[in-house]
Write a protein that binds this ligand. Structure first.
Ligand code: SAH
Ligand code: SF4
Length: 356
């Protein structure tokens, strides 16, 4: 190898192929004397076929596969643990290239496969009821690392993924650019080809990013974790978004709806004696009445060592009825995978903790 070629190969050595734009990939291939169509071929292997090595790219000349392997890494996540739930859900613990682990879940139901993916390892927002929040933030994930979780589940089930919710570990809007890039790959016909409306981002309510999201051209779905429409209660439950008041949240959601015409979801985990009282219910009705919204009531998943208890199922039904009486659509969602701690808010880096 000439000295210049060696230097550039070393420079590229740790660049992950997933991090290259089409333009960068085309440029690299051109510098290797390859025709333009090779970039599309490589991208198809990387993004649609989820290849784990350059060697799998059988429609590329062998010499080119070797050359690419010497210049680029493929950063494939490695499954280090898995659990299967009685309801068919599977939870995976994936180890990323630097050793950090994240969890994702596959949830099958009649010809559908839904994936819950993480956007960060841990989370800095510190919600009082959330297992991820208790552990703090390790780091944000790259777009490829978010995308790869979905592909991992797809390949394990051997089925097309029909929807994705970014409700695993982390706050997507504290990792906005990578989240958006991952959503675009998931949406793209050159990627996973999942319809934008079936791609949902859940945020604890980072207001500036909600507006940014409203202005994106794709019709992605938005869920906002509300959990209380009483400022004092919400501050105590969700200290990370204290600075964004409920009044501001209400206003920005109004702008979101008028800008997009899409119905946002409010997530509301019912916590006995905390946010399920009559005055909390009244405040929730006031917050939602007359707006375009869907309220998703979730029975709180109990978190080890937490003082919070779920409300009774009867109380959840009271909430549904009262909300309906003021014209607000609400449903009670059963958590999938509760027996394997895969339900929302219970993803925690267990294996990592054990090995510390
Ligand atoms: N950070 C984002 C997305 C990840 S959390 C957010 O907060 O929206 C995904 C959902 O799980 C959120 O609605 C969150 O409030 C909820 N959640 C967290 N802990 C929970 C628990 N113990 N029981 C029920 N839902 C919980
Ligand atoms: Fe973070 Fe969401 Fe958990 Fe809050 S609920 S700590 S924002 S992952």
């Amino acid at each position: 190898m000439s000295p210049e070629k060696k230097v550039s190969a070393e420079k590229d050595a740790h660049r992950d192929v997933h991090s290259l734009t089409r333009g960068e990939l085309t440029e690299l291939l051109a510098s290797l004397g390859q025709p333009a169509f090779r970039a599309k071929q490589v991208e198809e292997w990387v993004w649609s076929k989820n290849a784990r090595s350059f060697d799998e790219m059988t429609n590329l000349p062998k010499a080119l596969r070797e050359e690419l392997a010497s210049r680029l890494s493929m950063g494939a996540a490695v499954e280090v643990a898995r659990q299967a739930s009685e309801d068919g859900s599977r939870k995976y613990l994936l180890r990323l290239s630097d050793g950090v682990t994240v969890e994702c879940v596959g949830m099958p139901s009649r010809n559908k496969l839904s994936v819950c993916a993480s956007t960060q390892a841990g989370c800095a927002m510190g919600c009082a009821f959330c297992a991820t929040g208790a552990a703090g933030l390790t780091r944000s994930l790259t777009a490829a690392e978010i995308y790869e979780q979905v592909m991992h589940v797809r390949d394990d089930f051997g089925e097309r993924v029909t929807s994705v919710v970014l409700m695993g570990q982390g706050e997507p809007f504290m990792n906005y650019d990578a989240t958006l890039a991952a959503l675009r790959r998931l949406n793209s016909p050159d990627g996973a080809g999942i319809g934008a409306r079936h791609l949902t981002v859940s945020t604890c309510g980072v207001i500036p990013q909600i507006m940014r999201f409203a202005n994106e051209p794709e019709q992605f779905t938005l869920a906002v974790s509300l959990h209380s429409a009483v400022q004092r209660t919400r501050n105590a439950l969700m200290p990370g978004v204290k600075k964004y008041s409920l009044v501001n949240l209400y206003n920005v959601m109004g702008e979101y709806v008028s800008k997009t015409g899409r119905r946002p979801t409010y997530e509301y985990a019912l916590i006995g004696g905390v946010n399920d009282t009559d005055s909390e219910l009244q405040a929730l009705c006031d917050f939602c009445e007359g707006t375009l919204a869907h309220v998703n009531l979730i029975q709180l998943n109990e978190v080890e060592g937490s003082k919070f208890q779920p409300s009774t199922p009867a109380r959840a039904e009271d909430f549904v009825r009262r909300l309906a009486s003021v014209g607000v659509e609400a449903t009670v969602r059963n958590s999938r995978g509760a027996d394997i701690d895969a339900a929302c808010g219970q993803l925690r880096q267990r294996v990592e903790r054990r090995s510390r």
